[in-house]
Design a protein around this ligand. Structure first.
Ligand SMILES: [Zn+2]
Ligand SMILES: [Zn+2]
Ligand SMILES: [Zn+2]
Ligand SMILES: [Zn+2]
Length: 488
């Protein structure tokens, strides 16, 4: 199922349990781990049937077993699963078990893998994972969702009665659901829908908010993990399970919910968040910025200004964050409202504050969509220039929070590139720029494109990032040909 490279080895310690470390010097881009998913399944709440083979939307069922959906392009799915419901123990089960309760799909698949003596061993690492159910029982949302979408329907379907190798209680089903959730990455089907891919090894790597690896997923849902930065023998192989553009309080909240884990990584202990100040507030007394006081266990305290020592209590900061949070929900994609929010809250926060970045990303994507649909009356130069400005504001932060090879930074560069080229082409066409100025901008654009392509070099060809890289190469060709034309 998974293949370790010779460049890593598995070790064990008290704090992290079984984990991987570099065995030799590893260069950025070097593959560390390749793994096929144990299973790929729709999210629990998904009701759109997906082909059991390729996971694209499907409206017809497998003609043989009549239980699993199968699309027009796929003629068969997993032999054991099909057989189980055609002439095996599952024959007696009502054929509409999945149609009626599509949410059970992922768990049903896992139970079939466990039932099949050929695949049972592949699941061992997953089911060996201890789960303390009392931490989840009656907790926020997750337990209830599993109970309603998966556990109760599967118990009522009679499916458990036909599994001869497993005796399962509802608690054990809950534990399996949690194992699936905590060992999955979001993967994208060819039709663009997102699914859960369970990767027993890849998804069990310890978390660090500044990961030293990159996860690549191709269209067949195969995972490749490669080094983002140079690794030395003994370096722990880390992955990240949070969004790097979130501030520390947000990331920690997410990790608590999804992984029952208190992060004390170097970024979480650094009040400046690697110099980005993504959680810093404008001091109310002087021109400085207040940073969060963090104890050695990673617990966040009040905000204090290092210049004048003025205090901003955690309660005040949280209140402001909640206020901006609900204003963002209220904004509902309205450009003017977002710009007004920037004006209103900008003076209270560090320019790199994660909430301002969030607002800026929203504005940039509205402007991008508008440009794509050509819905701006005349592509107004002011709005194009605004988009360039916002994309360029995001770049240094993207660069700082994911060092080394970074898809986040590559995508940031791509967005900036598109915005810049669109603006300068229009400015040149309308003679706002002379030939020399235009060429200077094109040179910048060419450098940006090359840097982005370089960062995406290790991504599989048949992946979203692979296609993005092709797209940037086309853009680069266009830029280079204009440079040839005007450059002399
Ligand atoms: Zn299919
Ligand atoms: Zn079938
Ligand atoms: Zn952290
Ligand atoms: Zn101050």
């Amino acid at each position: 199922m998974q293949e370790f490279g010779e460049n890593i080895q598995q070790v064990h310690n008290e704090k992290l349990g079984r984990h991987l470390v570099a065995a030799i010097n590893i260069e950025p881009g070097d593959t560390i781990l390749e793994e096929r998913p144990l299973l790929v399944a729709p999210h629990w709440e998904c009701h759109q049937l997906k082909c059991a083979q390729c996971l694209q939307e499907s409206y017809v069922m497998c003609r043989r077993c009549q239980v699993f959906p199968l699309c027009m392009d796929c003629s068969q799915h997993d032999e054991f699963d099909c057989e189980f419901f055609t002439s095996g123990a599952g024959k007696a089960i009502c054929k509409d078990i999945l149609v009626k309760n599509y949410g059970i799909c992922g768990l049903l698949k896992l139970l079939l893998l466990l039932e099949n003596s050929d695949t049972r061993a592949d699941c061992q690492m997953l089911i060996d994972m201890p789960i303390n159910l009392d931490e989840y029982r009656d907790g926020e949302g997750m337990w209830q969702e599993h109970e309603e979408q998966v556990v109760r329907p599967i118990m009522q379907s009679g499916f458990l009665d036909v599994l001869s190798n497993q005796q399962l209680s509802s608690d054990e089903l809950h534990a399996h659901c949690i194992r699936i959730d905590s060992n999955s990455f979001e993967v994208t089907a060819r039709d663009g829908d997102t699914l859960k891919g369970v990767f027993v090894c890849g998804a069990s790597l310890p978390h660090h908010c500044v990961p030293n690896t990159v996860v690549a997923l191709d269209e067949q849902f195969n995972m490749k993990l490669y080094a983002a930065v140079p690794l030395q023998p003994g370096d722990i192989i880390y992955n990240s399970y949070t969004n790097p553009l979130m501030g520390t309080s947000q990331r920690q909240h997410q990790l608590r919910l999804s992984r029952r884990f208190e992060c004390t990584c170097s970024r979480c202990l650094d009040p400046t968040e690697m110099g980005t100040h993504m959680s810093s507030m404008k001091c109310r007394e002087c021109e400085g910025y207040s940073v969060c006081e963090i104890d050695s266990n990673g617990r966040l305290g009040d905000w204090r200004c290092p210049n004048c020592n003025a205090l901003l209590t955690a309660a005040e900061v949280h209140e402001l964050q909640a206020e901006v949070g609900s204003a963002l929900v209220e904004a509902r994609g309205d450009l003017q409202v977002y710009e007004a929010l920037l004006n209103q809250y900008g003076p209270l926060l560090h320019p790199n504050h994660f909430m301002l970045l969030d607002i800026k990303q929203n504005i940039a994507s509205i402007l991008r969509a508008a440009a794509l649909m050509n819905s701006m009356e005349q592509p107004c130069k002011k709005l194009l220039a605004r988009r360039v400005e916002l994309c360029s504001d995001l770049l240094p932060v993207c660069r700082a929070v994911v060092p080394g090879i970074s898809k986040l930074y590559a995508i940031g560069l791509f967005e900036y590139l598109l915005a810049l080229v669109e603006l300068v082409e229009l400015q040149f066409a309308e003679s706002d720029l002379d030939k020399k100025e235009y060429v200077a901008h094109l040179r910048t654009a060419s450098m940006v494109a090359k840097e982005a392509i370089e960062l995406l070099r290790f991504e599989p060809e048949n992946s979203a990032e692979g296609y993005l890289s092709d797209r940037i190469s086309m853009e680069l060709e266009r830029i280079e040909s204009d440079l040839k034309k005007y450059g002399r």
